[in-house]
Design a protein around this ligand. Structure first.
Ligand code: SAM
Ligand code: SF4
Length: 350
């Protein structure tokens, strides 16, 4: 559906519950018509909380000395991948702090190859979310077998981007955009996204984010509410943000509007939504999302990957997260695309 900036802003500002509910229903119908009824699962493996960056909103930023840093062993990652494989998830996401040192880059390459070998009969799809890297690294990991990459733009407004990141070359808006272009050029299915409800963020900014996704012609999107963390500089602005219910509704509206604008992309129902409401991810599915990423990270280290506080699933193990989800999906008669990669149809159709 063609929506202009004014219409998007109006819908983001819409307060009439009936109109908002119609928007979600229309988005759900659009999803079913264009990408089918199924929800695809990606087992999320949080490989490391070591990060060279210092984003002002993130709990695992390099300056947070209260965090116990960890790096999963290859065996731990392979164990989680095997769990996802046996559970029929079809795909995994390897996510972590940004590191560019040679040992890390090589290790990831080796790991991708091992995961491919482990799942030779029914290969697992591999999505990476390991921040900005030189194009040669993106190419290396792609050649090793990764085929999707998630890198959020965080906000498409350069001024706001600069407000939520430290100054200097390490956190440059232009490098972020260039990294997204490099990922596309390398051949990945590219996913991006934003945080919703940031201090100083307006509905105009959010409308521009949706137009950025459309103009960049993204294949996948993962966006969710901004959640405050007491060990970050942005904690000081905690009284300048929308209340949780409004942040959640705004996030759901963003999902629904994006589904109407880009009917055949993959859109994730994110964990951050669940943190604001026990059924936040399920609500996102009903507003047009079609991907869920249950956490497969081993229990021992989960509490150390607190990018925001009260993160869902910290008490769960992978099996529990999985069964809670399945219960909801079966209650709603929503099929799970088991043992399939669930690639972005937008990418395939391009
Ligand atoms: N380091 C990689 C990167 O930044 O792309 C991947 C891991 S990072 C933890 C993944 C995402 O977490 C970021 O893109 C950001 O949007 C999100 N995130 C970090 N802090 C957050 C917060 N306080 N609230 C909501 N999302 C947050
Ligand atoms: Fe590091 Fe990503 Fe957190 Fe920024 S958002 S500090 S890059 S883990």
């Amino acid at each position: 559906m063609e929506l202009d900036r004014g219409q998007i802003i109006d819908l983001l500002n819409e307060r009439d519950p009936q109109v908002v509910s119609q928007l979600f229903d229309e988005a759900y119908r659009t999803k079913v018509e264009n990408v089918g009824e199924s929800v695809y699962l990606r087992g999320l493996i949080e490989i490391s909380n070591i990060c060279r960056k210092n984003c002002l909103y993130c709990g695992i930023r390099s300056d947070n000395s209260a965090v116990v840093r960890y790096q999963l062993s290859n065996d731990d990652v392979l164990g989680a991948a095997k769990f996802a494989l046996d559970a029929g998830y079809g795909s995994i996401v390897i996510q972590g702090g940004e590191r560019q040192d040679k040992a890390f880059v090589k290790d990831i390459k080796r790991l991708i190859k091992k995961i491919k070998r482990l799942s030779r009969k029914n290969p697992l799809g591999i999505t990476l979310s390991l921040g900005e890297q030189p194009i040669e690294v993106y190419e290396d990991w792609f050649d090793a077998g990764a085929h999707r990459y998630l890198l959020r733009i965080e906000t498409s407004n350069e001024e706001l981007y600069n407000m939520i990141h430290p100054s200097g070359d390490l956190h440059s808006f232009n490098s972020r955009v260039q990294a997204l272009l490099n990922l596309k050029y390398t051949g990945y299915q590219v996913g991006t996204g934003v945080m919703i409800g940031l201090p100083f963020q307006t509905t105009e900014h959010l409308a521009d984010d949706l137009l950025f996704f459309r103009d960049f012609d993204i294949d996948m999107c993962g966006m969710g509410p901004y959640l405050e963390h007491s060990q970050t500089p942005m904690w000081a602005l905690r009284n300048n943000i929308l209340p949780p219910e409004e942040r959640l509704t705004l996030s759901l509206k963003m999902v629904a509007l994006l589904r109407l604008m880009m009917p055949d992309i993959n859109i994730a129902a994110t964990t951050a939504m669940q943190t604001l409401h026990p059924e936040g991810r399920e609500m996102a599915i009903m507003a047009g999302a079609n991907v869920i990423m249950p956490n497969m990270t081993i229990q021992d280290v989960r509490a150390n990957y607190q990018i925001y506080e009260n993160k869902l699933g910290i008490e769960d193990d992978a099996a529990i997260s999985k069964s809670k989800l399945e219960e909801f999906l079966s209650k709603k008669s929503i099929p799970i695309g088991l043992n399939q990669w669930g690639d972005s149809l937008h990418f395939i159709n391009r």
